[in-house]
Write a protein that binds this ligand. Structure first.
Ligand code: ATP
Length: 428
């Protein structure tokens, strides 16, 4: 814990098309106030009045198109201004997408076919820390500001922004993303993979993408408005080998028709050659994107889990509950964590079906892990069902056959079918 004395409020005068980059400490509040002009944080305008609290640990840029004065109040980890940003390129990309949305809407009104009435399905790809999530936020917020309701699809199981790690999910964005509250969580569609790394069970990851895409396709077919608004798809920063293969897979699965490649020439070239029939566009990465090492990423994952139960501002109280072992059934997707061939008896083959459901005995190994609560009615529907939410196992009493957990809401679990994961979180 750093206990720097809070400096007095200070003002920054920002020239047109420049930004103030700020890193917020984990435990010191920082607030920002617009003094004059107009500014936005990743596509969402700062309100003209009042102090806006910036969430702890966030790394933001307060950008102005036409010039502004802003005031910071509180301690920060770093703050500096820059007039070198790729924002004009980004907003141009947005303008092209917007024109396509308008075209899709016209086609829908004129009774055009599904293809013509489909707005842009944009997939944002690039290595880690190239600013993918940030660009997604901007594209979504700019579109929402114009009245579109694009669907945000987050395939990043490591540093996703919709819900806890280990999930692939989607949610409609109906207004610019709130600076404090982030992505709206009223109705996300969440599929649970259960690990922060796709290589643990890449086939299951692919199957879950397919399920999510299928559900979205169904929703779009009955909703011309969201169909025209299209999708913005965020991906993982893993772009080599299997990571690259999964990107190609995602492009096909979600029928993406625009690929935005951030910060890597080679990846752009490869995707352009691999996908000659869709637009593969190279965009500059912002120098403002903050690099995060694997320890930092691991910590962020923990915080995301904690946030789910305790709220962003630590203002929610989770509910503790106890169930009998016999009240729930826990499954794992895939033979997962398979024994390597060398560890199997001679002649035995490793289990081949990565999407097979395996019933798991409740044991003390489950303490501190996260379990997802499936919407499935039957175990064999688990892989094709989205999840209602998550619980965190706090105790397993083998003798009394009881499992204690916390959940964000009180009451019984919405389902008795639970999915095990390798995601852990330790209450401090
Ligand atoms: P990953 O591959 O891990 O998902 P990413 O490519 O999606 O990373 P982002 O999450 O968009 O990268 O950016 C990394 C961090 O940098 C985020 O905390 C983001 O808020 C911050 N950031 C992005 N752009 C800027 C900027 N212009 N100024 C300051 N901070 C920024």
């Amino acid at each position: 814990v750093r206990s720097a004395a809070a400096p007095p409020p200070r003002q920054y005068k920002l020239a047109p098309q420049s930004e103030l980059r700020v890193e917020v400490l984990p435990d010191a509040p920082l607030r920002v106030r617009l003094v004059a002009g107009t500014t936005e944080i990743f596509g969402t305008e700062l309100p003209p009045e009042g102090l806006v609290p910036v969430p702890p640990r966030s790394k933001i840029a307060i950008f102005t198109w036409h010039g502004a004065t802003v005031e910071l109040d509180g301690v920060s980890e770093s703050e500096y201004t820059s007039d070198e940003t790729p924002m004009v390129i980004y907003v141009n990309a947005h303008a092209i997408l917007d024109a396509r949305r308008a075209g899709a809407r016209v086609a829908a009104v004129q009774g055009g076919d599904l293809e013509a009435s489909q707005g842009p399905r944009v997939i944002v790809v690039g290595p880690t820390d190239s600013g993918k999530s940030t660009l997604c936020k901007m594209l979504l917020s700019w579109a929402a500001k114009l009245g579109w309701k694009p669907t945000y699809v987050d395939l990043d199981i490591g540093q996703g922004s919709i819900t806890i790690p280990g999930c692939i999910s989607a949610t409609p964005i109906e207004k610019p993303i709130d600076i404090v509250d982030g992505i709206p969580l009223e109705m996300p569609l969440v599929y649970f993979y259960g690990h922060p790394n796709p290589s643990i069970n890449a086939d299951a990851y692919k199957v879950l993408m397919k399920e999510l895409a299928k559900t979205l396709e169904k929703q779009f077919s009955g909703n011309a408005e969201s169909r025209a608004a299209g999708m913005v798809i965020n991906t993982m920063g893993w772009v080599e080998g299997l990571g690259y293969e999964l990107l190609l897979n995602a492009i096909d699965t979600f029928k993406a028709n625009v690929v935005l490649v951030l910060g890597q020439e080679k990846l752009w070239k490869m995707l352009k050659d691999a996908k000659p029939n869709i637009d593969v566009v190279k965009l500059h990465k912002s120098e403002g994107v903050v690099l995060r090492n694997s320890k930092y990423r691991q910590r962020t994952r923990s915080f995301r889990i904690k946030e789910y139960f305790y709220g962003i501002a630590n203002d929610l109280a989770p509910h503790s509950n106890i169930v009998n072992f016999s009240d729930v059934s826990v499954y794992r997707i895939g033979g997962g964590h398979q024994a390597p061939r060398s560890a199997l008896p001679i002649g035995a083959e490793p289990v081949a079906d990565p999407t097979r459901l395996v019933a798991v005995n409740i044991s003390t190994d489950m303490v501190h892990t996260v379990l997802a609560v499936s919407y499935a009615k039957e175990p064999d529907e688990i892989i094709s069902s989205n999840v209602a939410g998550f619980i965190h196992v706090t105790d397993v009493d083998i003798q009394r056959k009881k499992l204690t957990y916390i959940a964000p809401c009180p009451g019984d679990l919405p389902s008795r079918l639970l999915i095990a994961s390798s995601l852990t979180w330790y209450e401090a």
